[in-house]
Design a protein around this ligand. Structure first.
Ligand code: ZN
Length: 500
């Protein structure tokens, strides 16, 4: 059973009653989701068997060696540490719960994935469920590895919190939802009075909303989701993730500016401008980070002028530094895909496409605005690439601001059930199996921000919907996630003693 109509019918009945509380008192089920849906076993069937999908390393030593080669920007700890043992114990508990709730997702695997450790104070963990390993026979597999940042064992992280963060990350791996061929987001709307509709997994995806969100995300993937005018086209990193330094987690225009500076500033005839550009770049990012709000936006306050000056200084310094770089926008995109290996198959694909303009545009994902920016260049002499990217950034930011403010569009109501939601909901189920308090997941996410945590607990206690955090960053606000997780946990209470 996937999404039964009973859930929809119940939602309609609830909404026609006096209010949300009238529904939730009926049998204790949260409005919008039928009890049998929430309590049903989550069958996950995959085209590729687990043993064919994952690569199991023969030893910890082999695993850490592969990671050190593939991800050399992290400080990988040698296997055998006490922290690793602690991490293994937590992951083993969460894994055992997954075997009960998602039997297909663990079938035929030898046991929990190998546990690896990174020396990093952030409270984080990750697993890669995209098939990134090429086997001898050409098959692609995903590493059967689960990695903790050492910060996950910091003060305030109880065993329960560690286990729930582990459950969230294990869900990404076991449910393969880092693989876009496996996981498809669900697009829906949460209007005022429909606050019960927060279990995205039980919503039908609405094509019209998907279209709107794709439009917005398409722009957001280029410039991030912060669109204050003081950015002057400077693209900002996503704010909901601590992987802000991870190149792939940055919006495209920011990646491109980074590549260009790294590859070309040494050949510049104006080294002083390059130094200024690098300093201004850091200042912009620091200012944005310093004013990041818990709603995944920025509130500049008195520093608005400072940001405006810094972004303008960056624009002029970087344009001088890279004055010698003659390139069209599309050449930069090709460079990123092929030379920066954003697409490992780029060389092959480009050779196949040849001169087919329509195919090339599609492969490069060029927007009409980007194509026009190149066409506006004089033949054979492209205009300054930095100025061009920032100008495209400014256009994108203006367009996003218009979407955000459009009263008919109702941006605030857009919801996307992302892989993060699926991982959270899996963790809430794991919490029930292990007898843990599901709130501990949210508490772990908000651990470094006690004021926000207090404010959030207060919102949840009053059944108020916390701010969502926008439709661009896959990680919604920690408080909205806590709110949704609490609702799911209370729905699971109706499942009966023999669940799962
Ligand atoms: Zn996640």
């Amino acid at each position: 059973m996937v999404r039964a109509t009973t859930a929809r019918a119940l939602a309609t009945v609830c909404l026609s009653l006096a209010g949300v509380s009238a529904c939730s008192s009926d049998g204790g089920t949260e409005p919008g989701v039928a009890a049998q849906e929430v309590c049903a076993t989550k069958h996950k069937s995959f085209d590729v068997a687990n043993t064919k999908y994952f690569h199991v390393f023969e030893s910890d030593a082999a695993a850490v060696q592969a990671l050190r080669t593939g991800f050399n920007n992290y400080k990988w700890l040698d296997p055998g540490s006490a922290l690793q043992r602690r991490g293994e114990a937590a992951a083993a508990k969460a894994y055992a719960a997954f075997q009960k709730i998602y039997p297909e997702a663990t079938q035929d695997m030898p046991g929990p994935p190998r546990i690896m450790m990174i020396d990093d104070p952030n409270i984080n963990a990750f697993a890669i469920s995209t098939p990134i390993i090429t086997e001898a026979d050409g098959r692609r597999t995903a590493p059967w590895i689960f990695t903790y940042f050492s910060g996950i064992f910091s003060d305030g992280m109880s065993d329960a919190r560690i286990e729930l963060v582990a459950a969230h990350e294990l869900a990404h791996l076991l449910l393969r939802n880092g693989n876009p061929d496996v996981f498809k987001p669900i697009y829906y709307r949460e209007s005022t009075g429909e606050q019960g509709k927060i279990f995205g997994a039980y919503e039908p995806s609405e094509p019209l909303i998907e279209g709107h969100v794709n439009l917005i995300q398409d722009i957001g993937s280029r410039i991030g989701q912060v669109v204050v005018p003081q950015l002057n086209g400077f693209p900002t990193p996503y704010l909901g993730t601590s992987f802000m330094e991870d190149k792939k987690a940055l919006p495209a225009y920011l990646r491109y500016l980074g590549y260009l500076h790294a590859a070309q500033s040494s050949a510049s005839t104006n080294k002083a401008a390059c130094t200024q550009a690098a300093a201004a770049y850091s200042e912009v990012l620091q200012t944005v980070r310093a004013h990041k709000t818990d709603d995944l936006d920025v509130d500049l306050g008195a520093d608005a002028g400072k940001l405006d000056t810094a972004t303008k200084r960056y624009a002029s310094a970087e344009a001088s530094c890279l004055a010698h770089v003659k390139a069209t926008f599309r050449e930069v995109v090709i460079y990123a895909k092929r030379e920066m290996r954003e697409d490992p198959d780029a060389a092959k694909t480009l050779a196949k496409i040849g001169n087919n303009e329509a195919q090339l545009r599609r492969y490069l994902g060029l927007s009409q605005v980007e194509v026009e920016a190149d066409e506006a260049d004089p033949q054979g002499s492209p205009s300054n690439i930095v100025t061009k990217i920032l100008k495209l950034g400014a256009i994108a930011q203006t367009r996003l601001r218009a979407h955000f403010a459009d009263p008919t569009f109702k941006y605030q109501e857009l919801r996307i059930y992302t892989r993060e939601d699926e991982a959270d909901e899996a963790a809430v189920r794991v919490a029930k199996v292990l007898g843990l308090n599901a709130d501990d997941l949210g508490e772990a996410l908000m651990l470094d921000n006690p004021d926000y945590a207090t404010h959030c607990r207060d919102l949840i206690a009053r059944d108020q919907v916390p701010p969502y955090g926008g439709a661009i960053d896959d990680h919604h606000t920690a408080c909205w996630r806590s709110y949704r997780n609490a609702k799911l946990a209370s729905s699971l209470e109706t499942c009966g003693a023999n669940w799962p």
